[in-house]
Design a protein around this ligand. Structure first.
Ligand SMILES: [Zn+2]
Length: 191
């Protein structure tokens, strides 16, 4: 599976367009961003809400994916214990943060954050990109950096166990495995 790419296999009845709207483009600020929403009934995963947008002025593209049904503010905890666990599907919504305590890494959503669908392995690749950015900083301790990249490599080869924690105040993220543990998450008040 190509990373972060959803293949509806030609679509058909599984993919249904449910509406479109015009929004302000985060890149150029003009209200020329057309966002189309789709419902996709994904095998094993369930109903997904997919948004795809393009700005008619500057060409900026936006895409987002999340479970159609919210489970309320949730923490999902998944213990990856071998190569088979790396293929588990993950739906990470725009509002969710990702943490792997064993690697000392946390990826928090920014204002332009978008949801995506990937695998546990794909999450590790993203974490690797974050680590490499951190390591490019001359302030970063070189030894610490190579140690973490080595640990990440062991995790992505299924030789080390690790814990994937997804905190999602919207409750529209999913880890498609019977091993996933779900806890209620109390997000801070928005007021
Ligand atoms: Zn634009």
């Amino acid at each position: 599976m190509k990373r972060d790419e959803l293949s509806p296999h030609g679509g058909g009845a599984r993919l249904r367009r449910i509406g479109s709207m015009t929004a302000r483009c985060p890149a150029c600020g003009r209200r020329t961003m057309i966002i189309e929403d789709y419902l996709y009934d994904a095998p094993l995963i369930g109903l997904l809400l997919i948004s795809a947008g393009r700005c008619r002025s500057c060409g900026y593209r936006y895409s987002d994916i999340r479970a159609a049904e919210s489970q309320g503010p949730r923490r999902l905890v998944f213990r990856a214990e071998g190569p088979g666990d790396l293929n588990v599907i993950v739906v990470k919504s725009a509002s969710a943060s990702i943490r792997i305590p064993e690697l000392g890494v946390e990826v928090t959503p920014g204002p332009a954050s978008q949801g995506f669908i990937t695998t546990v392995e794909g999450i590790l690749q993203r974490v690797g990109e974050v680590l490499e950015t951190l390591c490019a900083d001359p302030e970063t301790n070189r030894e610490e950096c190579s140690r973490r990249l080595r640990e990440l490599k062991e995790c992505s080869e299924g030789r080390s166990s690790f814990t994937l924690i997804i905190d999602d105040p919207e409750g529209t993220s999913r880890i498609i495995s019977s091993k996933v543990m779900k806890e209620k998450l109390y997000s801070p008040s928005m007021s």
